[in-house]
Design a protein around this ligand. Structure first.
Ligand SMILES: CC(C)(COP(=O)(O)OP(=O)(O)OC[C@H]1O[C@@H](n2cnc3c(N)ncnc32)[C@H](O)[C@@H]1OP(=O)(O)O)[C@@H](O)C(=O)NCCC(=O)NCCS
Length: 167
């Protein structure tokens, strides 16, 4: 495998990882658009799903967000990013938005990022780490990557929608 380095975010990375997030989420957004239908999908994402995902990542990069961001570099190029936070009262850390560039997926880059997050959270006094993800087919790679990283205690949930047109 090529050389992967996990490092802290630099201000010059922000736009690149925002674009990467929009690209990495494209298959998930396509699945949701199909599953929910165009009207509901558009109602959930009034500013556009890729734009909203990019904005979430930009926000996480702001110091006041309370999030930290790490970058995976493969052969000197950005291959992925992970956002995370630490709750000092519960001492539970949480992984937030994270992605690996579509060209770099399936080679364990995410696992390397998660391990560095675990190490840092432990250094910050956290006792557990959690992550929330979809149970849908489009999130299968994410679930697999989390399980490979040792996330084994699960609490599944289901989100329902219903049209109110017939009421
Ligand atoms: C989730 C994500 C970060 C994982 O990155 P990655 O570096 O490719 O992850 P890894 O290589 O460590 O592991 C991915 C695993 O998913 C598997 N996988 C890929 N597609 C799959 C599918 N359709 N069904 C089941 N498993 C799948 C891969 O084979 C690999 O497992 P393996 O090593 O046992 O073969 C990346 O897929 C991504 O950016 N996805 C889009 C954004 C996203 O879902 N982010 C997380 C939101 S909660």
């Amino acid at each position: 495998m090529s050389d992967i380095v996990i490092r802290d975010l630099r201000p010059s990375d922000v736009e690149e990882i925002a674009r990467m997030a929009a690209a990495a989420w494209a298959p998930i957004h396509a699945f949701y658009r199909e599953a929910l239908g165009e009207e509901l999908f558009a109602a959930i994402h009034p500013s556009g799903a890729p734009e909203e995902k990019a904005a979430q990542v930009r926000n996480a990069c702001q110091p006041e967000s309370g999030m930290q961001v790490l970058i995976a570099e493969e052969d000197g190029k950005i291959a992925g990013f992970v956002t995370f936070s630490a709750d000092q009262s519960s001492r539970i850390g949480e992984i937030g938005n994270n992605a690996v560039h579509p060209d770099c997926q399936g080679r364990g880059v995410a696992g390397r990022m998660y391990r560095e997050v675990f190490r840092r959270l432990k250094e910050m006094g956290m006792r557990f780490v959690t992550v929330n993800t979809g149970g849908d087919p489009a999130h299968a790679p994410a679930r697999r990557a989390y399980e490979k990283a040792g996330f084994t205690i699960q609490l599944p949930s289901v989100r329902y929608y219903r049209s109110l047109e017939d009421i």
